[in-house]
Design a protein around this ligand. Structure first.
Ligand SMILES: Cc1cc2nc3c(=O)[nH]c(=O)nc-3n(C[C@H](O)[C@H](O)[C@H](O)COP(=O)(O)OP(=O)(O)OC[C@H]3O[C@@H](n4cnc5c(N)ncnc54)[C@H](O)[C@@H]3O)c2cc1C
Length: 427
């Protein structure tokens, strides 16, 4: 069978040592079989193991092969659509439950890092940057909304103050969230996987699931083996393909690109982001950036609907990098890669059960570092018979993308183009 390594990225090049895990071979039994070793799968495994379950994780490639090992590393609170959108689409009690969980993922990440001593360069502080008054107005409303749900580590930044944290003249203001922050994303998931194994969990890499037989005890098949389990958790997200067709119908894989510069002169690096906060802007098609521990600028953006691999990643990202920091014109890019996230029409996570014993969580639509850690806790709670918080997400309505299989990509790209134009015009 072909061996699938990590994508060529700065994160893979600077990953902490991690063992090769053997593929699944032969017939096995367990309490819970998890498909996918990204944050969703590994976080679920860890919560379950902490509560005495036997767990086997099957990963098609390597731990952190998907978005969890490729992302911008930004710990962003709440969801890709904010709590106000949830309040508008579901009843008060369900919205209250989901709102109350909007800041839990970041806490889980910090607890995991402390408890299992994970070396992943955690830094506190993240900034939302506004290009115009309209976006600034949204940030003011967001601050009031988040404060209503008990999150108070927020500061609005005026034009002068934002320049003290981001050395560019592109923004009219922003909002600093001190419970946001950034991590080396691949090292986070590798550290969590080591924690899974320290508690007796089993992870098989190079073990693509090709079929799930539903039943009283479902059976999960790979090319060379099978696992019979009481429960299955599907955590393949944008890399799942058509393994579970009913999930694929209401979600769409999308690509986003990341580049990493050569290490910058330390003075230049700290002149760009003096407090070492991470930044994402408020555009619909947003850019996100931060410094690495070895003082490179990691800059992401350039969404591609339908997740085709772009021919030239650098050309999609460099223009906005240089517009943001003209000081870096012509800077050498050492790494450029693409990664897929899973978009839903509502941009809220797609969560639920198939029959009694197959559970899933996917589709956090761009902001998933925190939500996926929360998802692990919710899935584990549900399997332990406490499903109230899981069901709050499972009850969110989801619809297919307009345009059907053939036209949904151009239709969605057109919608994004429209919102992007509005961002540019500030209307
Ligand atoms: C480039 C990029 C930048 C991003 N930046 C940020 C950010 O800064 N902040 C933020 O909050 N969010 C960000 N996100 C989103 C975030 O990374 C994701 O929401 C999150 O990592 C999803 O985790 P996951 O475990 O659900 O999926 P993934 O990490 O994609 O993991 C799914 C895993 O399942 C495996 N798999 C799939 N099918 C099978 C199968 N049949 N058998 C076995 N294994 C299978 C895959 O190989 C993969 O390893 C970004 C995403 C990308 C792509």
């Amino acid at each position: 069978m072909a061996y699938t390594p990590h994508t060529t990225s700065y994160y893979a090049a600077s990953a902490n040592p991690s063992p090769e895990r053997p593929p699944l071979n032969g017939n096995h039994e367990t309490d819970v079989c998890i498909i996918g070793a990204g944050y969703t799968g590994i976080s679920t495994a860890l919560f379950l193991l902490e509560h005495g379950f036997k767990v086997t994780v099957l990963e098609a490639a390597k731990v952190g092969f998907g978005a969890s090992g490729r992302n911008g590393g930004q710990i962003v609170n709440s969801y890709s659509r904010d709590i106000d959108a949830v309040e508008r689409s579901v009843g008060a009690q369900q919205a209250r439950l989901i709102g109350d969980m909007a800041f839990e993922g970041g806490r889980i990440i910090r607890e995991r890092i402390a408890k299992y001593n994970i070396q992943c360069d955690l830094k506190d502080g993240g900034v939302f940057a506004a290009f115009n008054k309209k976006q600034m107005g949204h940030l003011q409303a967001q601050k009031a909304l988040w404060e209503r749900y008990g999150h108070t580590q927020l500061e609005l930044l005026d034009a002068q103050r934002i320049r003290e944290v981001v050395n560019t003249d592109r923004y009219v203001g922003g909002m600093l969230d001190m419970s946001s922050g950034h991590i080396h994303p691949l090292n986070l998931v590798l550290g969590e996987a080591a924690a899974v194994e320290s508690l007796g969990g089993i992870i098989h890499e190079q073990s693509k699931v090709i079929r799930i037989d539903q039943g009283e005890r479902p059976v999960v098949h790979t090319e060379q083996g099978q696992v019979k389990a009481d429960y299955v958790v599907v955590a393949g997200n944008a890399y799942l393909g058509n393994l579970v067709p009913q999930l694929a119908a209401k979600s769409m894989p999308c690509g986003t690109q990341v580049v990493t510069t050569e290490p910058l002169d330390p003075e230049l690096a700290s002149s760009l982001l003096p407090q070492d906060y991470c930044v994402e802007d408020c555009n619909y098609l947003l850019d996100y950036y931060r410094l690495s521990a070895d003082k490179r600028l990691i800059f992401g953006g350039g969404v591609v609907y339908g997740a085709r691999d772009p021919a030239n990643i650098e050309s999609l990202v460099r223009p906005n990098l240089e517009k943001t920091f003209p000081q870096l014109k012509g800077v050498k890019i050492d790494y450029a890669w693409t990664g897929n996230f899973l978009l839903t029409l509502s941009r809220l996570p797609q969560v639920g059960r198939i029959g009694n014993n197959i559970y899933y969580s996917q589709g956090c639509s761009g902001h998933g570092v925190t939500y996926t850690h929360l998802a692990g806790k919710l899935l584990a709670e549900a399997l332990r018979g406490q499903a109230e918080r899981f069901d709050a997400f499972a009850g969110l309505p989801h619809y297919p993308f307009p345009g059907g299989r053939l036209m949904r990509i151009p239709f969605t790209a057109m919608g994004a183009w429209y919102y992007n134009l509005r961002d540019k015009l500030g209307v």
